[in-house]
Ligand binder design. Structure first.
Ligand SMILES: C[S@@+](CC[C@H](N)C(=O)[O-])C[C@H]1O[C@@H](n2cnc3c(N)ncnc32)[C@H](O)[C@@H]1O
Ligand code: SF4
Length: 350
């Protein structure tokens, strides 16, 4: 069982980001954390968490480092008895708010992995993305995380911004590898509705050569690509859990949970969520939806796709062309950037 906890507060709104977060509701933090507790207890009942079976926790956002460790205390009190011994407990963090004290405090609560939203080490790019930190702040926060005792440290980068060049991205990746990390998430910039960049979509480019360069260069430094955007010598159990289509509890405003063939959507609006965290919409997933999602997630990652889910004849055509490999009833994609094309070719239903 996986657990996702959403923290919908940010110090500033990045121009590309459509995640559910508020920059002007900081006075609601305490109330929000109380409602989160109610919601968590409710989901633990629904998911029948009775024994030790939480294998990973991911605190994401928004910006989890806008919440002081003390306000997470009760949440950890609730989940601790149900955590597996080797549970992975990740928090996202932003370099401007992840102070030494915050990092130590989270480590003490039991968090054992931290994932920083760095995006770039180029101050001009950071400014245009409207990030609240500079290169120097990112360097300091990453080193502070190591000093606070985190062994598993990840950072996010964004590429295919219109100003990106191979030189800039090479420098970003070189800087990343000078830091004590064992994981990188590198995302191609996408233009989302309700963001500043939505009005200027040309700030993102779809440069396959640049994507190939980023992926190739990170791999050349010794990180394994285990999903289209994820690389490391350590592979996140939580990430893999999603791609393996495991069930997950989703707690918080705008979080999503999945149990068997149902998805759960609590309110996105923070005031509404605080008032009633148990007002949750339920979506039934059809067999076709589930199947297609499994195929898509499997071909985007090293998880692969069970032969029963695809048109085997077509899949073996791709094996002959070297695009897929086949082992013990599972097809594995050789180039995650081609996941869309492979999915539509081997799926019978689309
Ligand atoms: C859920 S966000 C939260 C992380 C954290 N608040 C931060 O920004 O430092 C996780 C990551 O998604 C990526 N992301 C968000 N919106 C994106 C977009 N439109 N295109 C590409 N990557 C995006 C960013 O790299 C970001 O660090
Ligand atoms: S990228 Fe992170 S910091 Fe920026 S608005 Fe989104 S969640 Fe907040």
């Amino acid at each position: 069982m996986l657990l996702y906890i959403h923290i919908p507060f940010c110090d500033s709104k990045c121009h590309y980001c459509s995640f559910n977060s508020y920059v002007d509701r900081f006075h609601l933090k305490k109330d929000y954390m109380l409602s989160l507790k109610t919601h968590l207890l409710h989901e633990m009942q629904r998911f029948e968490v009775k024994k030790v079976d939480i294998e990973s926790v991911f605190i994401g956002g928004g910006t989890p480092s806008t919440i002081p460790p003390q306000l997470y205390h009760d949440i950890f009190g609730i989940i601790k008895p149900f955590l597996k011994d080797d549970a992975e407990i990740t928090t996202e963090a932003n370099p401007n708010s992840a102070t030494k004290e915050w990092l130590f405090g989270m480590r003490e609560l039991g968090v054992n992995r931290v994932s920083f939203g760095v995006q770039s080490f180029d101050d001009e790019k950071l400014r245009v993305l409207n990030r609240a930190h500079s290169k120097d702040m990112a360097l300091k926060a990453l080193n502070d995380a190591k000093n606070a005792g985190f062994e598993n440290i990840s950072l996010d980068l964004i590429y295919n911004f219109y100003k990106d060049t191979k030189e800039l991205l090479k420098k970003d990746i070189d800087t990343a590898f000078s830091l004590p990390i064992n994981h990188i998430s590198a995302y191609s910039l996408t233009i989302e509705e309700n963001t500043k960049f939505y009005t200027t979509p040309s700030v993102a480019k779809d440069d396959v050569e640049l994507a190939d360069f980023v992926i190739g260069y990170i791999k050349s430094k010794g990180f394994v690509q285990y999903e289209i955007s994820n690389f490391g010598t350590y592979k996140s159990k939580h990430n893999l859990g999603y791609w393996e289509y495991k069930d997950y509890m989703g707690v918080g405003a705008g979080a999503v949970g999945k149990l068997k063939n149902k998805r759960y959507y609590p309110s996105k609006l923070i005031e509404e969520y605080i008032k009633n965290p148990l007002k949750i919409q339920i979506e039934e997933l059809s067999k076709e939806d589930t199947k297609l999602e499994k195929i898509f997630l499997g071909f985007r990652s090293e998880v692969g796709v069970n032969e029963k889910l695809v048109d085997k004849e077509k899949a073996f055509l791709l094996v002959d062309k070297g695009k897929l490999t086949y082992k013990n009833g599972i097809f594995y994609n050789q180039d995650f950037l081609l996941a869309d094309e492979v999915t539509s070719f081997v799926s019978n239903d689309i």
